[in-house]
Design a protein around this ligand. Structure first.
Ligand SMILES: [Cu+2]
Length: 388
């Protein structure tokens, strides 16, 4: 058996770890639950006004206000949806192939941890690198990718990438190497091809369980020709079935419901904004993205440098579909973006862009707890992939 390195995220957040599962860990988990019970009164979605999944009545204003009350403890979660917009994992270049391709290597650790998906609402997630979505893997067209998966979780998992690759690298349960059991590891190796906005996810069985528990992430391959400079964001539309009835109770972009309502995303008037948008929502066949007061160009799957749709304000994606949106904020102000499925919007999948002029940008960043580093990362996503 391969000796696994310790996960990079906090052992304290681990539950039901495949390695060294002990009464101590279970005890620590119970203590954590108890501490949380004192910190934040747990609230089930059905106790929250306006959040009954089956209710025909639209959410009233009071219900919306209640949903926006409180905040999620991003530090305890170990990830922040706002940082995930710009936080790319470029791996590390560890050599080159005989034909001169750079070898780009990534470390992925599967595990279990409880996460807070809306204020006071917790979900027992399975995840990659301690976050949902997992790391946003970014590389250049033609790189040789080497992705090391180590399973610290309580269940068998895989990594299944969308893209060209040999069958034995497909990461599907029961095929070739198949599922990677707890305490085991495996290295997936293939070339980054084609360029585009892709995704990866676990393909262990039952598939819908492994996906809705949180095992997915963005997989962005930059074209060698490059795309025009832009402020870039990664958005994964996801959802959570908190009571395991086969329906979702919380919908979001980057996991935390209504996070971008509480913290509007700062953008500048006139600049090009590019969104890598992925739909991974389980149980609901169609998701959508609608932007207020603007129109955007859309690159289906991101596999072309020419838009596949021009001047639209709404697109839809089935599960696993993705694409790239580009728009320029025209006037200062707050502009909503959300699923045009009203139910999803009301249950968490809605947010704001805050478009400001240059002079007001620093203040807009500070308003939502961001700094110059976030600004830099949002403007240099593809440049950093090139190592410049
Ligand atoms: Cu899995």
């Amino acid at each position: 058996m391969t000796q696994l390195e310790k996960p990079r995220w906090s052992r304290r957040r681990f539950i039901g770890a495949g390695l060294g599962t002990t009464a101590g860990l279970v005890g620590a988990q119970l203590l954590t639950h108890a501490a949380r019970a004192q910190d934040v009164p747990p609230t089930t979605p059905h106790e929250m006004a306006g959040m009954d999944h089956d209710a025909a009545a639209p959410m009233n204003h009071a219900g919306m206000q209640e949903m926006l009350m409180g905040t999620v403890d991003h530090q305890r979660n170990g990830f922040d949806p706002m940082q995930m917009l710009v936080d790319w994992d470029y791996g590390s270049i560890t050599g080159e192939t005989e034909t001169g391709q750079p070898i780009r290597e990534y470390q992925i650790q599967a595990g279990d941890a409880e996460i807070e998906i809306a204020p006071g609402i917790f979900f027992p997630a399975w995840m990659y690198n301690g976050r949902v979505p997992g790391p946003s893997i970014r590389c250049l067209e033609g790189d040789r990718l080497r992705i090391n998966l180590a399973n610290f979780g309580s269940h068998p998992h895989t990594l299944h990438f969308h893209g060209f690759h040999p069958a034995e690298m497909d990461g599907v349960a029961g095929e070739y190497r198949g599922e990677i059991n707890p305490s085991e590891s495996f290295t997936y190796e293939f070339d980054a091809d084609p360029f585009g906005c892709h995704l990866y996810h676990c393909h262990a069985t039952p598939l819908k369980r492994h996906i809705h528990k949180g095992m997915y992430g963005a997989f962005i391959i930059d074209p060698l020709a490059g795309r025009p400079p832009a402020r870039e964001f990664m958005m994964i539309m996801n959802a959570f079935d908190t009571n395991f009835d086969g329906e979702n109770e919380i919908y979001a972009v980057n996991t935390v419901g209504h996070e971008f309502m509480r913290r509007p995303i700062p953008v500048k008037v006139g600049e090009l904004v590019r969104i890598y948008l992925i739909n991974i929502v389980e149980f609901d066949p169609i998701n959508s993205f609608h932007l207020h007061a603007h129109f955007f160009d859309y690159y289906d799957t991101g596999t072309s440098l020419q838009p596949t749709l021009r001047t639209v304000d709404t697109i839809m994606q089935a599960q696993g579909q993705r694409g790239i949106l580009e728009f320029r904020p025209r006037y200062p102000g707050r502009y909503m973006f959300h699923a045009h499925v009203s139910e999803f919007a009301e249950l968490g999948w809605m947010g704001f862009f805050n478009a400001v002029n240059d002079a007001d940008y620093s203040a807009a960043l500070a308003d939502v707890g961001l700094d110059a580093e976030w600004d830099f990362k949002s403007l240099n996503g593809s440049a950093l992939a090139r190592g410049v």
